[in-house]
Design a protein around this ligand. Structure first.
Ligand SMILES: NC(=O)c1ccc[n+]([C@@H]2O[C@H](COP(=O)([O-])OP(=O)(O)OC[C@H]3O[C@@H](n4cnc5c(N)ncnc54)[C@H](OP(=O)(O)O)[C@@H]3O)[C@@H](O)[C@H]2O)c1
Length: 274
């Protein structure tokens, strides 16, 4: 059975991805910061398939925990076929209202934690001669989004690093792809580390906050497109660098995506799977 290690499984995409993989015959290490608060569906699955599904602690920003979870996966299942870097955080706020420590916290979770997990998984995958890494980014990786500079920059960096790594590792049988979702209804906005707007940024913050709130209110609850994108990225014989999910679901996105069309020769288009 192929073995998958997934981060950020306490809610949202990570929860449904880990369940979907287990249902499709993967052995799964579903990781989260607080395994004691694992979602009931995942807990039930881990109890039912105790030999194949493990819930394990992982804060992706903690080096010792990253090493421990790789060791646990190898001890338990002997290999790692699929690493899914899904854990992520966001924060709304103008650049001047977002202090350095918040920028660094977002990059630790969204970029450096995933990169260091990849650093630990790659030698295992190279030795196996097969492996796949899927990094969950966002349309914010390519859309230039005000009030989300740190989040968008962290996802952009992960997207770019993934594309470079995919070229470096493919001769070893290891491929790297990104799943790039549009907006979906998850806990992400509720956990957003938003900053209060300072006076100079009050007007632009209010204007964009209203647009974001409206977009989030209309975001789809059905996370199936994300599951399907992950499964395609995990199983396509020659995977694309980007798999979009739900980018057409929100009325505001198609015109924005359309406006990126002139950049297609640079590979920065979203309408296809590349
Ligand atoms: N929902 C969307 O509209 C959307 C769109 C594009 C991209 N994304 C991306 O999709 C991914 C999953 O987000 P989601 O929408 O499913 O939101 P979510 O429900 O809030 O899930 C985020 C997950 O990341 C975990 N996490 C946060 N910091 C962590 C850390 N330091 N170590 C380990 N886990 C950590 C959270 O765990 P805790 O419970 O411990 O906080 C939670 O399980 C994120 O990378 C996000 O940027 C989401």
């Amino acid at each position: 059975m192929p073995v998958a290690l997934v981060t950020g499984c306490s809610s949202g995409f990570g929860e449904v991805i880990s369940i979907a993989l287990a249902q499709r015959g993967y052995q799964v290490v579903a990781t989260m910061r607080k395994p004691q608060s694992a979602p009931p569906a995942l807990k039930a699955l881990a109890a039912e398939k105790a030999a194949d599904v493990v819930i394990a602690p992982l804060d992706v920003t903690n080096a010792a925990m990253r090493k421990a979870v790789i060791d646990l996966t190898l001890q338990r299942f002997g290999r790692i076929d699929l690493l899914i870097n899904n854990a992520g955080i966001t924060a709304r706020g103008a650049f001047e209202d977002t202090p350095e420590d918040l920028w660094r916290a977002i990059f630790e979770t969204n970029l450096f934690g995933p990169l260091e997990l990849i650093r630990l998984a790659l030698p295992v995958m190279r030795q196996q001669g097969v492996g796949r890494i899927i990094n969950v980014t966002s349309v914010a990786a390519v859309l230039k989004t005000p009030l989300l500079a740190a989040y968008a920059a962290s996802k952009h960096a992960l997207d770019t690093a993934s594309a470079a790594m995919d070229i470096e590792t493919r001769s070893f049988g290891v491929r790297v792809a990104c799943v790039m979702p549009g907006p979906f209804k998850t806990s992400l906005p509720n956990n957003s580390l938003d900053r209060d707007a300072s006076a100079p940024y009050a007007a632009i913050t209010a204007s964009f906050a209203a647009k974001f709130d409206a977009m989030e209110a209309h975001a789809p609850e059905d996370l199936t497109p994300v599951i399907n994108a992950v499964l395609a990225a995990a199983t396509d014989p020659d995977p694309a660098i980007r798999y979009t999910a739900g980018t057409d679901a929100i009325a505001v996105l198609p015109p924005i995506l359309q406006s990126l069309a002139p950049l297609q020769p640079l590979g920065l288009f979203l309408t296809g799977q590349n």
